[in-house]
Design a protein around this ligand. Structure first.
Ligand code: UD1
Length: 418
């Protein structure tokens, strides 16, 4: 298992190219199973989650071009409608093939994801959405077993809360249903709107994606398509923290201001400057860092996927920060690891009180999930001496060449392969 060795204390300066959004790419790859025509996806990030998802749709019969930042997927025939426990266990997002397989083939069996490092993460809303579209659906022996008699039918789907995945499942399935579907309390994340843009390019008729109410006209006539995915706002936010935590200046090429308002607001409150450039965004800090309070929320609120990174930043700020997690109930695995580096954090339920300002000191730490791992790398950039982050494979799931990008901007970081 690879490790990252970081020697802290270097100010970052330069440009970082922000890759395509992983969370936009994964549902789009699943969506290609809906159509018998080729779909060319570009701006795919080269991360292991994307590779895995391409592998999964390959098992269902899709022909996948050579994986790179752009690839053509052709699901001419579906050869299997079952997904194994092993594939879903490795990556929860695999559950996104459920809607497309059911819609295209009238049946699907997808393993239930089960618990994971950041909480229970059930899929009940995905199941209810498909039931509303007329599917016979239930859980048998750890599998979600779904079928339709005579196809899915357009319906009104009211989501209990604005789940990103459930909105995507509902939207994908509805494209092939008979009649119109209305999805209420839909997730408004930019990745949902980008999935809609991809489906529209493939032939679907969808309105309102990016708002609480999405309308889908079913019975899509599919066609060959090309789609260029949006850039990764979470990766951009992570490098913004890298600039802020080291008192540096980074240009985030391809980052987009309009998808990051809540993040920029928090950065400004902490004493970090941000302005748009021709190519993206520039983030810099030369004054002191100030603590601030953060509450994670569904978009357009502050993203849960940046909570760990901002906790590392808060640990280096003057004063206290109260960080409240409202999206996932137990997303605090990074707390004990940040404390190993000297951060002063006390945790009560879903709230962390960070008393900032104590100098961090390098140590051996353990990566536990994707975003928790990157928070340890960020803390390592300012910790005195050497920090070694173990189990780096978590980082490779969602960050394209993290160590290389940081090194190019002046970080002292190296990957130790075993
Ligand atoms: C997506 C993102 C993930 C991000 C999350 C929240 C992808 C591939 N992943 O995950 O990086 O952290 O959005 O922004 O896009 N829930 C239920 N029942 C369901 C579905 C969800 O109770 O059927 C709960 C979850 O446990 C969680 C909350 O709803 O507490 C939000 O989850 P959701 O928005 O569905 O997240 P994902 O789509 O899994």
């Amino acid at each position: 298992m690879d490790r990252l060795r970081i020697v802290g204390g270097h100010r970052l300066q330069g440009a970082v190219t922000i890759a395509g959004a992983k969370n936009a790419a994964l549902p789009q790859i699943a969506a290609t199973l809906l159509s018998p025509y080729p779909v060319e996806l570009s701006n795919l990030p080269q991360v292991s989650d994307v590779e895995n998802m391409l592998g999964v749709i390959g098992l269902h019969g899709a022909e996948v071009g050579r994986a790179s930042h752009s690839t053509t997927i052709h699901a001419k025939d579906i050869v299997s409608t079952e997904t194994s426990y092993d594939t879903v266990r490795k990556m929860r997002a695999t559950v996104l093939v459920l809607g497309p397989l059911l819609a295209r083939c009238g049946e699907a069996k997808v393993s239930l994801p089960g618990g994971c490092a950041i909480g229970a993460r059930p899929v009940d809303m995905h199941i209810k959405a498909l039931a509303a579209l007329g599917a016979d659906i239930g859980v048998e022996g750890g599998l979600i077993v779904a079928s339709t008699r005579g196809g899915l039918k357009g319906a009104r789907i009211v989501l209990a809360s604005p789940s990103v995945g459930a909105t995507e499942t509902a939207m994908m399935a509805a494209t092939a249903a008979n009649g119109e579907t209305e999805i209420l309390n839909a997730a408004r994340e930019p990745e949902v709107a980008d999935l809609a843009a991809c489906l529209i390019a493939m032939g679907a008729k969808i309105e309102g994606a990016g708002t609480h109410r999405i309308l889908v006209e079913g019975s899509t006539t599919w066609r060959p398509a090309k789609h260029h995915g949006i850039s990764d706002r979470i990766e951009a936010g992570t490098y913004a923290v890298a600039a802020a935590i080291t008192g540096g200046m980074l240009e985030l090429t391809n980052a987009r201001l309009e998808n990051m308002a809540s993040v920029l607001q928090v950065l400004e409150a902490m004493g970090v400057s941000i302005w748009p450039s021709d190519r993206g965004l520039v983030v810099s800090r030369d004054g002191p860092l100030r603590g601030t309070d953060i509450t994670t929320e569904p978009y357009p609120g502050f993203p849960t996927d940046l909570q760990a990174q901002f906790m590392a930043l808060a640990a280096c700020a003057e004063g206290a920060s109260l960080i409240r997690e409202t999206v996932f109930e137990s997303r605090f695995m990074h707390v004990p690891e940040l404390m190993r580096l000297g951060a002063n954090i006390s945790l009560q339920g879903t709230t962390a009180l960070v008393r900032g300002g104590a100098p961090l000191k390098g140590a051996q730490v353990m990566a536990t999930d994707l975003r928790a791992s990157v928070s340890l790398v960020l803390a390592g950039l300012v910790s005195k001496g050497e920090t070694v982050v173990n189990r780096v494979y978590h980082l490779d799931r969602g960050y394209e060449q993290l160590d290389r990008k940081l090194k190019l901007c002046g970080a002292d970081i190296e990957r130790i392969s075993e």
